[in-house]
Design a binder for this molecule. Structure first.
Ligand SMILES: Cc1cc2nc3c(=O)[nH]c(=O)nc-3n(C[C@H](O)[C@H](O)[C@H](O)COP(=O)(O)OP(=O)(O)OC[C@H]3O[C@@H](n4cnc5c(N)ncnc54)[C@H](O)[C@@H]3O)c2cc1C
Length: 398
């Protein structure tokens, strides 16, 4: 089979990239190859469903620029394809005096990133937005929204097929060979000759990248994020989205409350090292994957730097009482009995050999290949912008 582009990975980034490639050049012969029998089975289908505004990211970074561009493209796509979403806004809440300067930094950063109508909230004003919240100051971010990214991904898939692209499910890529200036992508079922491979393998993006880039300098370290759900009769405690001020030394946003587009209210996610890349349960262990994470020099550096926070997250993972206590900082009324287990997602976080966690999106080019090697949050929000960026790099090669 002869293709112009083979996209590996049927998560939201692979699908958005395939769609943007088709939008830019409808004649491209393109296929998306996904190892699962359905789209969006991993990070995309297990995320918080938030349409991020671009508040947090370093001005000028790929995360900041792609989030804001992606936000606009996503809303346009949802409007054109009747995907339901809601721009309900969110509040970020400082619960101690020490957090106030960090909250002020976020407000400034949001302005630098071009967010309009951010509103600083006093203690009293916080209650107007979320009557059950406890905080001393806050910010209201009107742009933030909620959507079901599995539905978005399925719609991207429909649009790819309508544009003449193919999607092959249930095929795992096991090898990429080089032959006469082309790449041959080999799965258990077939071989695909192609001018270009685009790797959007998420939790396995480093493994797939390793098929075209020798001695890759990044490794994916999987971090599981566990959720609780609020029991139905307690959902009144949360109107929309309530976030803490994130720890600037830690790459995740901290446990928060999210009203979900699919219904219900989730609390979480925490962030613990996953002992298996696609391991959604605490008991899931893949010894060789775990050994690989622990042996990676960059991870050891991260463990040394974040051990205290990491232990706290692990403790919260095993102790519902400790998880509840973290949530009570935002809503003191929440009790253990108000929460039921609510599933988990695993984040693919790239970690470089020596420097630690890679903060920004990372796209690495190789001969006949473009590898998306770090696409953590807000990559679902940013997907169409990341896709646009990769498509522009790809089209330079044709
Ligand atoms: C807990 C959690 C909460 C999050 N919350 C948000 C949020 O609220 N808002 C937001 O914008 N972002 C959020 N994110 C981030 C966002 O979900 C991810 O950045 C995004 O889904 C990444 O998409 P992806 O396509 O790169 O990865 P994935 O969705 O993981 O897709 C990668 C695909 O590649 C396939 N694959 C891997 N190897 C192979 C192979 N060898 N052959 C074939 N197929 C292969 C996998 O099966 C998978 O389907 C969250 C993430 C997590 C985990």
């Amino acid at each position: 089979m002869q293709y112009d582009v083979v996209v590996i990975g049927g998560g939201i980034v692979g699908l958005a990239t395939a769609l943007q490639l088709k939008n830019a050049n409808p004649k491209l012969k393109l296929v998306v190859i996904e190892k699962e029998t359905e789209l969006a089975k991993h990070q995309t289908g297990n995320n918080s469903g938030v349409i991020h505004s671009g508040l947090y990211y370093k001005p000028g970074s790929l995360k900041a620029t792609n989030c804001i561009r992606g936000y606009n493209l996503l809303l346009e796509f949802c409007n054109a394809n009747e995907v339901p979403y809601e721009l309900c806004g969110k509040i970020v809440v400082a619960t101690s005096q020490e957090e106030v300067p960090l909250l002020n930094n976020l407000y400034t950063r949001g302005g630098q990133n071009g967010l309009k109508n951010l509103k600083k909230l006093s203690q009293g004003e916080l209650k107007e937005y979320e009557p059950h919240v406890a905080g001393i100051e806050g910010i209201f971010v009107p742009q933030t929204g909620i959507v079901n990214y599995t539905i978005v991904s399925e719609k991207y898939g429909e649009s790819i097929r309508t544009a003449g692209g193919e999607i092959h499910l249930g095929e795992k890529v096991i090898e990429i060979q080089k032959k006469a200036g082309e790449a041959v992508v080999v799965t258990q079922k077939a071989s695909y000759s192609t001018k270009l491979v685009v790797n959007c393998g998420g939790l396995y993006s480093d493994k797939v990248a390793g098929m075209t880039v020798p001695n890759l300098d990044v490794k994916i370290i999987p971090f599981r994020g566990e959720y609780y759900k609020l029991k139905k009769d307690k959902q009144y405690l949360v109107k929309n989205l309530i976030y803490p001020v994130p720890d600037p030394n830690f790459p995740f946003l901290g446990v928060h409350f999210t009203r979900m587009a699919k219904g219900g209210v989730e609390a979480g996610p925490n962030a613990v090292l996953a002992f298996k890349r696609e391991g959604y349960k605490k008991s899931d262990i893949n010894l060789s994957e775990l050994a690989e994470s622990l042996a990676w020099p960059g991870f050891r550096k991260v463990a040394k730097k974040y051990w205290k926070t990491g232990f706290g997250e692990m403790y919260r993972s095993f102790s519902k009482a400790a998880f509840t206590k973290a949530l009570q900082k935002l809503i003191p009324e929440i009790q253990q009995g108000d929460l039921v287990e609510g599933g988990a997602g695993v984040r693919a976080q790239a970690c470089d050999r020596t420097g630690g966690l890679v903060d920004d999106f990372l796209i690495l080019e190789a001969e006949n290949a473009i590898n998306v090697c770090n696409a953590p949050s807000p990559a679902a929000t940013s997907s169409l912008a990341i896709g646009e960026t990769v498509a522009a790099l790809a089209l330079k090669r044709f």
